[in-house]
Design a binder for this molecule. Structure first.
Ligand code: AMP
Length: 350
């Protein structure tokens, strides 16, 4: 976000839990907890606008801030994105199809709900779940006990397992002036619940029309500003919403080089009430996440058209420590180079 904002003359201050974060390489960093009232007051006093790029930032301390520094995207969207139940209720209210579900607060409720939704089904924590964390797949009655042992004790939701063809995401931007724009649809491939790679633009005009209609309704509902992303399951010509992210999204990283204006730039433009930039694609892109450890830089750069992003994070198994984007004139060229890149980026996930 800072890399996108500096050319526009913007300045950034970050709050994060340690100094050793990507933001710390670029700007002043205030270190401490996201719910520390004094630090949040300091951040709000120093800035004209507050935003976030992680959806689990505690909402209550932000609501209590004394000044009138705007916080965008709106806290109502942040709050909804933190709770899978609130998300599903919003989808239902706006007529956006979503998987069947039941809330689960006891072992008896789990057995009853699994019987009703049928196996296989997925037990998920309502909060703090991402990248497939906090999920348990139930294939039959024998899984009830271990699933409850693994996740019981927190608020849970049981979801129907969607037998999807593939997954896509729609990234949209809206400004405080009410201007909206939509990025081309991206097709996403997950491995072990973690985004492995995205391909964009993904040409599926009927799906794209549905996706834009759904996001338009959400943007209006929240009087939104900034980037909003929704991940969908594709079943034939139908979209089933999986989850929303009120922030710049991993499946939109391809836009840095692959779109005329990146999601990061349109996020800062949107929250500051500046005109939005052209979201259309420059060519055929693919974005591959680099997890755990960085492949050799020269090997990545050997692939013509590859743009490497090393976040400078310390390596840890399955940690997202960078990504690499390909932008090609021809789709076939992109697809060939994607195979080379996937080989270099292959990790221990199955
Ligand atoms: P989530 O954390 O909800 O985004 O889930 C991570 C990944 O798990 C998704 O991108 C899907 O690949 C898979 N997944 C999640 N929920 C379901 C579901 N209800 N049916 C089938 N696959 C799912």
């Amino acid at each position: 976000m800072a890399l996108a904002g500096y050319p526009l003359g913007l300045r950034f201050t970050f709050l994060d839990r340690t100094e050793d974060t990507p933001g710390g390489q670029l700007a002043e960093i205030i270190t401490g907890d996201f719910d520390d009232p004094a630090l949040l007051e300091r951040l709000a006093a120093e800035c004209d606008c507050l935003t976030f790029d992680w959806e689990n930032v505690p909402v209550e301390p932000l609501k209590k801030l004394s000044g009138d520094t705007p916080i965008l995207p709106p806290l109502a969207a942040l709050e909804t994105g933190q709770d899978r139940l609130a998300e599903k209720q919003l989808f239902a209210r706006l007529g956006i199809p979503t998987a069947g579900y039941a809330t689960v607060d006891s072992k008896a409720e789990l057995a009853e709900a699994a019987g009703r939704l049928e196996y296989p089904c997925l037990l998920k924590t309502r909060r703090m779940g991402y990248d497939g964390k906090g999920q348990y797949m139930l294939r039959g009655e024998d899984d009830l006990e271990p699933a409850w042992e693994a996740l019981g004790g927190t608020a849970l939701i049981l979801e129907e397992f969607v037998n999807f063809d593939y997954e896509v995401s729609q990234v949209a931007a809206r400004s405080t002036r009410g201007e909206t724009c939509f990025y081309p649809l991206a097709r996403n491939v997950h491995k072990g619940g973690i985004l492995h790679y995205s391909i964009a633009p993904w040409s599926a005009p009927v799906l794209e029309t549905h996706a834009r209609e759904y996001l338009e309704a959400m943007l209006e509902h929240f009087d939104y500003a900034g980037i909003l992303t929704v991940e969908f399951f594709v079943c034939g010509e139908r979209l089933i919403a999986n989850e929303m992210a009120p922030r710049v999204h991993n499946s939109g990283h391809w836009t840095i080089e692959g779109a005329h204006t990146s999601q990061f730039e349109n996020h800062v433009r949107g929250i500051l009430g500046l005109p939005l930039g052209d979201p259309s694609a420059r060519g055929h892109s693919a974005m591959v996440n680099l997890l755990g450890a960085m492949p050799e830089l020269s090997a990545l750069l050997d692939i013509q058209g590859a743009h490497v992003h090393d976040y400078g994070k310390s390596p840890r198994p399955l940690r997202k420590i960078g990504h690499c984007t390909l932008v090609c004139d021809e789709q076939a060229d992109r697809d060939n180079k994607l195979q080379d890149l996937l080989e270099l980026a292959s990790t221990e996930i199955d």
